[in-house]
Design a protein around this ligand. Structure first.
Ligand code: URA
Length: 214
């Protein structure tokens, strides 16, 4: 495990995948490095690439404002980073090999921040962060790992198949090794489908409640 400065330098010099060839800036992550809450997105967009900061474009501003309305500010209350630290061209979804090349950096960030709550923003973060955790669970172990039978039922399909689906599995907490995890829509998805706004807002409120609890 690297400490912050070493990790930042390693990411800045990284050429493990082709995304490095076209980046203006590597987008490392930002926020309170000791926060109990950490958000994970997919990869930088154009604004993030230009500025070297995560979630500063239109989608990021929507998220930031929603969290601020609940009293959560980036500097003080959470850390935010992405699965991939460089922008895929035309904002396409990162390829599997790109995500796999980069994910170790995010895991290092988890190890340094030591959050109590991790929230995956969108299907990519969910797939690379939450799904591997879920797929290690056996259905028989469910009862011990979760808090209550209702939750066990909620997660049955995901645990049995080892696969999560954002529309089915968003907004639900799972607690694994003392870490609470949840996935919700990527804020960019709200611009494509207005009907997701209400669910997204409900999820943010759940996050605030958990934040106050832990
Ligand atoms: N979308 C992401 O997933 N991450 C960002 O940093 C910006 C937009």
């Amino acid at each position: 495990m690297l400490i912050w400065k070493e990790l930042y330098n390693e990411c800045s010099n990284c050429h493990k995948c082709k995304l490095a060839d076209n980046r203006i800036n590597m987008v490392f992550g930002e926020g309170n490095v000791s926060a109990k809450l950490m958000f994970v997105g997919e990869a930088p967009g154009a604004d993030e690439d230009r500025l070297g900061r995560p979630f500063v474009g239109r989608a990021g501003q929507l998220l930031t404002k929603g969290l601020e309305a609940l009293g959560l500010t980036r500097d003080r209350d959470y850390y935010i980073a992405n699965v991939c630290k460089c922008r895929p061209e035309k904002n396409r979804t990162p390829y599997e090999d790109e995500a796999r090349a980069c994910i170790g950096y995010l895991r290092n960030q988890f190890a340094l921040v030591k959050p109590k709550i991790v929230v995956c923003l969108g299907a990519t973060a969910m797939k690379f962060i939450m799904e591997p955790a879920i797929s290690k669970l056996s259905p028989n172990l469910l009862e011990n790992k979760y808090e209550g039978a209702a939750i066990e039922d909620e997660w049955k399909s995901a645990v049995q198949s080892g696969e999560m689906r954002i529309t089915r599995d968003r907004g639900k907490w799972i607690k694994i090794n003392n870490l609470y995890m949840m996935s919700t829509f990527h804020p960019a998805a709200l611009f494509r489908d207005e009907s997701k706004k209400k669910l997204f807002w409900e999820d943010l409120k759940k996050i605030k409640i958990k934040y106050d609890e832990v």
